[in-house]
Design a binder for this molecule. Structure first.
Ligand code: ZN
Length: 229
């Protein structure tokens, strides 16, 4: 842990790669884990798919509204500590989370790899719509088009701009810290293949993760680790 603190102090360009484990302490369940909110419900893979949005837009909307949005969730120690570090260093956060909490904590350079629930738009006229408005209705009053959140659904591709920005940040980083993710979902977990070979890599996660290159594993609660940084 002291090593991570020292590495952060010495680094110039830092990339944090964050996953569900960073949001759980803010009260947002990990929908992929077996103990997540969706155990026993209709498959979240279908409810969060492009097919469901297209064929059953109201069903999609109900599911997303009731299960994905936590507008009252607040950033936790991990988010705020990363935001603090970003005041002093060149920090880019690449996150799998779609809850907007890194932005809420004040980090400027956040790449929402899977999009964000807090960026919504009308599929008919493309106008951007606030999440607040979307949570009241999925129909755009002006044109009667269907509003959707700008998140990557199952069957949809990651946005090219997110990939390009991520690769650029990864290539230039001298320190990469993987936090709160088992780092198994592709293509997110492939990002580090594009690292500078001299970059130092740390992983902070409750369960050990396995990577095909050398890195330092901190097998611990990320909230505790970041509280002490
Ligand atoms: Zn519209």
């Amino acid at each position: 842990m002291n090593d991570l603190k020292g590495a952060i102090k010495q680094a110039n360009k830092i990339v944090f790669l964050t996953g569900a484990g960073v949001s759980v302490p803010s009260g947002i369940p990990d929908y992929r884990s077996k103990n997540g909110l969706y155990a026993g419900m209709e498959s979240p893979e279908y409810m969060l798919s492009h097919t469901c949005l297209t064929r059953e837009p109201d069903k999609f909307y109900q599911f997303v509204k009731e299960n994905m949005y936590y507008p009252d969730a607040e950033p936790n120690t991990i988010h705020t500590k990363m935001a603090e570090i970003s005041q002093q260093k060149d920090v880019t956060i690449i996150t799998q989370n779609i809850d907007g909490l890194h932005e809420k904590a004040g980090t400027k350079k956040v790449i929402n790899f899977h999009g964000s629930l807090y960026h919504c738009y009308c599929q008919k006229c493309q106008m951007s719509i606030s999440a607040e408005t979307y949570l009241q209705s999925n129909i755009h009053e002006d044109c009667l088009g269907i509003i959707r959140p700008d998140v990557v659904l199952y069957e949809e591709a990651i946005q090219e701009s997110a990939i390009n920005q991520s690769l650029s940040a990864i290539r230039h980083a001298d320190l990469i810290v993987i936090v709160g993710t088992s780092f198994r979902v592709s293509p997110f977990c492939n990002l580090t293949d594009y690292r500078n070979k001299t970059a130092q890599i740390f992983a902070v996660n409750k369960e050990p993760i396995f990577l095909p290159y050398s890195f330092e594993m901190i097998e611990s609660d990320a909230t505790k680790v970041f509280a002490e940084i």
